[in-house]
Every structure is written in C-alpha cells, then in structure tokens.
Design a protein around this ligand. Structure first.
Ligand code: AMX
Length: 457
C-alpha cells in the first residue's frame, strides 16, 4: 500500500503476534524488579502501583488489601485499611479538625491546602488570610478571557480549561525568574507564587467556561470577604444556596489529592520535573484528568445513570438493575465509578459523599439508585472475575450531589474535579522544587532488545 495508515494496518496484527510470541517465550523471566510479561501487560497498574517510585508527603493511600498490607504496614505501622490520608489524617479526621466557615460544618479547602503544604492544621485566621490572598489574586488576564470567549460551546469544558490554564504561563513568576538566572536553591519561591496564582484563578476560569458553554449570563465579580468555595459557587450561579456552597467545600477538599502517582498528579509532577512552570505542568495534568478512566469518570457515571433511569424508570427492581449492569459489561464497557488501580475497598471519598447525601438529600431518587447500584455492582464485578477492586471510587457519587442542586451539566463535572486537584498538584510542585526533585526519565526498551537480551536464557 502507498498510504501510511494502510501499511500500519498490515503491520499491527503481525506485531501483536510477535509480542505474543515474545511473552510466551520470555514472559516469566525476571527483568530487574519486574517480569518481562509485566512490561507489556500489567506493569503500569498492578506493578507500578506497588513499585516504590515517587516521594510525596501530602497524601498516602492505604490500599486496604491483604496482598499489599505486609509491605504497607512496615512503612505505615498505624495504618488500618481506610484509603486516603492527608498528611496522616483520614477524611473524618480532617472534617473534624480543619477550620469551617461561619455557620458551616464542612472543612474549608483553604485549610486542606495549608495542611498539604505544611503538614499542620491551620488556625481560623491563617485560613481566612488564604481566602483573602486567593481572592486578591483571582483575576485572569484579558487575553485568557478572550481565548475562552472564542471557544465554541461544543469544545469540551476540560479542553477549554486546559487551554486557559496553559495560557496563564504568560505571567509565570517561575518562568521569568528562570530566564533571569535564578539559583536552584531559590526555585521554590516563584513556584509558590505561581501555585497560589494558579489556585486563585481557577474559579474565574471555571465560572467563565460554565457561563459560556451553558449560556448562563455574565460572571459576577469575586467577593474578597468570602471563602474560595463560596466565590466559586457564586461564579457558577449557586452562591445563594448555602447547602451547595457546603457541598463545594467538601468536594474540593476530598478531590484535592490522592497520592503522587495518579494520572493527573503524576503528570503534573512529571512535566514539572522538566522545570516547566506550574501553569504548564497543571495544564498537562488536566489533560490526563480529562480521560474517562480517570477524572472524566464522574461525567461517565452520570451519563450511565441517566441512561439507566430512562430505560428502567425511577424505581427499578434489583433484577432490572443487575441486567443493566451485565449488559454494560457484555458490551465490552467498564462500569464507571467502580474499580481502582490502588484501592481495594470502598473509597472513603465515596463514603464521605454518601454521608453528605444522607444528611442533605436522603430522598433524592438518583441518590437512592446510586445506593441500590452499590449493593449490586461489587458482586457482579466479582462474578465477572476481572476487576481487582469491585468497590466504588469517588466518581460513583459526586455527580448525583451536583445534579441534586441543579448543576446537571455533566460535561462540566470534571472541571470541578480539576479545580480541586490543583490543590494537591500545586502543593507537590512547591515541594518538588524546594527539595530539588530530579528530572523524571524512565527507561523504555524495544521488543527487539528484549528478544536479544533473553535469547537462549
Ligand atoms: N468495570 C468493568 N471492568 C473493569 C472495571 C469496571 N469498573 N474495573 C476494572 N475492570 C477490568 C479492567 O478493564 C481490566 O480488564 P482487561 O483485563 O480486559 O484489560 C481488568 O478488570 C483488570 O483491571 P484492574 O487491574 O482491576 O484495574 P486497573 O488498575 O487496570 O484500572 C480503573 C483501574 C479505575 C481504570 C478501572 O477500575 C476502571 O476502568 N474503572 C472504571 C472507570 C473509573 O471509574 N475510573 C475512575 C477511577 C478514579 C479516578 O481516577 N477518578
């Protein structure tokens, strides 16, 4: 064939056969800490998720499985099976200990950021100062507003989000300091300024995307006397609903960080390791978050639930729901919101959202459906026999809460996840520059090299 694509289509089946043969012959042979097979098949999840490869103190995940417990307990002697800990604290602990807004009962994400950066629980005054600082930094350059206003409303909100965040690099303190010859030991200072600017500007970006894409009118301005989540809610048009503001405080807190190795956090770290500034690094991280196996899953869950509701009605029987779940699997699709690369139990972020729903919206029909699905999916995934973790993750629940308060444009959900995940990535970038984290550059091998290396062994 003369066309490149046609030639490639001929080569692919041959290479699939070649890889199969190499795996059959050498797959069980050890190559450094992994088996050859794992380089092709599972190294990215089952091996890499256990291979010590990164340092990040902000949060650590206890997988909660007996398989990894032995290794994990030696590193974390007091760690039970509870999933995420932010600087050693579980979600219920941070809910109890972090400062709240006046009259509120959910933690302020400002406090979580202070905790991620310092390892300390901040005072009410420290948190109020962060709210003020972020409000003062919140404006975005006019040319970024214009970029967003020129995006067609059909461009996915996550693509718009990453465009705008990347463009903020125009005013990066780190990029400028680097050009001016800053010494290595001082990197963290301008990185800190960029990290603060990044977080501070996200509500204006998210609000503008929401209003442009869903024709929701003009953005109000930031209120310097209000906390971050209140301002974000107001920019989205929900500032008068105290329950929604509380939901955002919880949402931003629990989505902020999930160790250093998940796709978005790790992308931010990897790109930052080239000394790309925090805006470039986080723009890249957002593109990873936009994938359906990662942050986009919250959109996918809602689409899946809506389809189920329209097919089965509001009060479906367990039998009908089971059949629907099986039909998803039989169609070769994943059940969105279930499974995890590291966790081996119900995600405590799911549980925190379920508790919020039990308190604020116990009779919501879709919340009830989510609960019904929770009782059915794990057994089905176990019976199907592939997923290592049949339990729900954070994304199985978030969309239902947002929908309840009227934010039912599901293509926007991952943007909220992206506002929150910036807290973890920003904190990590500051520490990476402070500690002089190295350039990340894993070694890759060709199949031919593997064949040669193991021939006759
Ligand atoms: N539904 C159906 N099949 C699933 C499944 C699910 N929810 N979870 C895992 N599996 C399948 C995998 O597709 C894989 O199949 P394969 O052998 O044919 O490729 C097999 O089970 C083994 O996968 P695994 O080792 O258990 O999971 P992983 O570490 O490779 O992937 C994850 C983890 C999250 C991508 C996967 O569980 C999944 O696709 N879940 C649904 C999407 C989702 O909810 N993503 C959000 C995760 C949280 C987040 O990042 N925000």
């Amino acid at each position: 064939p003369v066309s490149l694509k046609d030639r490639l289509a001929e080569l692919i089946p041959k290479e699939i056969e070649n890889v199969k043969a190499v795996r059959a012959e050498h797959g069980k042979k050890a190559f450094g800490p992994v088996l050859v097979d794992q380089l092709y098949g599972q190294v990215l999840t089952s091996v890499l998720s256990r291979l010590p490869a990164l340092i990040w103190d902000g949060s650590v995940l206890d997988p909660g499985s007996s398989f990894t417990r032995l290794f994990f307990l030696s590193a974390h002697p007091r760690s039970p099976e509870e999933g995420i800990r932010f600087r050693g604290k579980t979600i219920p602990e941070i809910q109890a200990e972090l400062p709240k807004a006046p009259g509120g009962s959910e933690p302020l994400p400002e406090g979580l950021f202070w905790l991620l950066v310092t390892g300390e629980i901040p005072t009410q005054e420290q948190v109020a100062e962060l709210s003020r600082d972020w409000a003062a930094r919140a404006a975005i350059p006019e040319f970024v507003e214009e970029i967003l206003d020129r995006c067609p409303p059909t461009l996915h909100p996550m693509s718009q989000f990453s465009l705008a965040v990347t463009a903020l690099n125009h005013n990066s303190a780190f990029a400028k300091a680097y050009q001016d010859g800053i010494s290595k030991k001082d990197y963290w200072g301008p990185t800190f300024e960029d990290a603060m600017d990044l977080i501070a500007k996200l509500p204006n970006i998210a609000g503008r995307i929401y209003r442009n894409v869903f024709a929701k009118g003009k953005l109000p301005s930031i209120d310097a006397s209000k906390d971050y989540s209140h301002n974000l809610a107001a920019l989205l048009g929900f500032g008068d609903d105290p329950a929604f503001v509380e939901l955002l405080r919880l949402y931003i807190t629990i989505h902020s960080d999930h160790e250093g190795g998940n796709v978005s956090a790790h992308t931010g770290k990897l790109v930052g390791s080239a000394l790309s500034d925090p805006f470039l690094a986080y723009g890249a991280a957002l593109n990873g978050l936009a994938g359906p196996l990662h942050g986009l899953a919250n959109q996918e869950v809602l689409i899946w639930l809506r389809k189920m509701q329209s097919k089965l009605g509001d009060d479906p029987s367990d039998e009908a729901v089971k059949e629907y779940i099986w039909s998803t699997l039989k169609a070769g699709q994943v059940v969105p919101g279930y499974g995890h690369a590291v966790l081996r139990k119900t995600d405590p972020r799911y549980t925190a959202q379920r508790e919020f729903a039990l308190k604020h919206l116990p009779d919501d029909k879709m919340f009830k459906l989510v609960g019904q699905i929770y009782n059915l999916v794990p057994d089905i995934l176990l019976e199907a026999g592939k997923a290592k973790n049949p339990w729900p993750n954070v994304d199985a629940h978030s969309g239902v809460l947002l929908t309840h308060y009227g934010l039912d444009q599901m293509s926007f959900y991952t943007v909220l996840f992206g506002v929150s995940r910036a807290f973890g990535v920003a904190a990590q970038l500051i520490w990476d520059r402070a500690l002089g984290a190295p350039l990340e550059r894993p070694k890759s091998y060709s199949t031919a090299a593997i064949q040669k290396m193991f021939a006759g062994k």
